[in-house]
Design a protein around this ligand. Structure first.
Ligand code: SF4
Ligand code: SF4
Length: 340
């Protein structure tokens, strides 16, 4: 069922939905970006529809709710362990088509990667109802069309497209449809999506072993400064580390936190005895890229990268991940010809 509501009507819809749901959406923080006059768009709970950033691509991804940068999992004493509380109210989580596809990637890693599910991810995931923000244009660095993630036709509670002063919404959720129906007119709505991006990638079908030794990676030994920003904004990066925090008043009591980790930063591959598997930044880049466009697919049958372009947006060294994919593709072709 589709509905068209005015801007004021949409504000009423959001106000009504807040009775049942927490609204987690992209929010623009003025001056919160890399420089004092640069904004940042990140995720947070909104109380008013006007706070939701519908027009620009968010710098951070909806995983901010599902896998927070730092999350206390449980508290411990000498005798017992208590799971950390989680606000049980269902969530309406706003994101774009690529973000909805990214949820499928996170679900694969946390819920279907081995015998046991990750219960801490699962309890958050069960709360999530996705709200699809339509894309009326392709943003800078997006390559969703080439990754096949430019369109979502299911898996959302409702969609939102700002068209002039109106909001157009496709509302598959019957209960939420009643809220829209009371404030707008019924009309068929198809969420907007892009069919073409400015940036294109060719993802190789197979990546020959020779690509691992290609000199293409050497450039990143010096260009990449292993800051890890590309991982933290990526909607599909899911690595984490554990930290036990012991309270100063009683050193036998504390909490265990799950903290986001990055395969690009120092320490990620440290092992006992002082070993480190990937010392060079080029080696780390190789690991990251081949995981995103090869290794993940071998396990789950679909590519990990969803083509959101956030890694390119955020890199302080202007390293283009899409260029790397195309270089890998060319190297894979060359390796194939040499093998013939
Ligand atoms: S690797 Fe880059 S383009 Fe791909 S999903 Fe992650 S942030 Fe988006
Ligand atoms: S954001 Fe750029 S410089 Fe930082 S780790 Fe990623 S690729 Fe390297």
């Amino acid at each position: 069922m589709g509905y068209i509501v005015s801007r004021e009507g949409f504000a009423e819809v959001i106000a009504a939905l807040r009775d049942k749901y927490r609204i987690i959406a992209p929010i623009r923080k003025k001056g919160g970006g890399r420089f004092t006059d640069v904004d940042v768009i990140l995720y947070g709970e909104v109380t008013d529809a006007a706070e939701i950033e519908l027009d620009a691509k968010s710098d951070y991804a909806p995983k901010e709710f599902l896998t927070p940068l730092s999350e206390t999992l449980f508290y411990f004493t000498e005798q017992e362990v208590k799971e950390a509380d989680l606000e049980p109210k269902p969530v309406l989580l706003f994101g774009r088509s690529c973000d909805l596809h990214a949820l499928e990637r996170l679900d694969a890693i946390y819920l279907r990667n081995g015998k046991a599910k990750d219960i801490f991810y699962e309890r958050r995931r069960k709360l999530v109802n996705f709200v699809l923000i339509g894309c009326d244009k392709s943003f800078k660095n997006c390559f969703c069309a080439d990754m096949g993630t430019n369109r979502a036709t299911e898996g959302y509670a409702f969609s939102v497209d700002r068209v002039g002063d109106e909001i157009h919404a496709d509302v598959p959720d019957a209960e939420i449809a009643k809220i829209f129906a009371a404030r707008g007119r019924e009309e068929a709505v198809t969420p907007r999506y892009v069919t073409e991006n400015e940036v294109h990638v060719t993802v190789p079908e197979t990546i020959p072993a020779a690509v691992l030794k290609s000199p293409l990676w050497d450039e990143y030994d010096t260009r990449c400064i292993n800051c890890g920003r590309c991982n933290f904004v990526c909607p599909t990066c899911s690595c984490y580390t554990m930290q036990d925090v012991f309270y100063t008043d009683n050193g036998k009591v504390g909490e265990r936190r799950r903290v986001a980790a990055s395969c690009m930063v120092d320490g990620y591959t440290n092992v006992a005895g002082g070993g480190q598997y990937r010392r060079k930044n080029g080696e780390r880049m190789r690991f990251k890229v081949l995981h995103k466009i090869g290794d993940f697919k071998k396990r789950f049958g679909f590519q990990m990268c969803v083509g959101c372009g956030r890694c390119d947006d955020v890199c302080p060294e202007y390293i283009s991940y899409t260029n790397i994919i195309n270089k890998v593709s060319a190297a894979a072709q060359d390796a194939g010809k040499e093998a013939e």
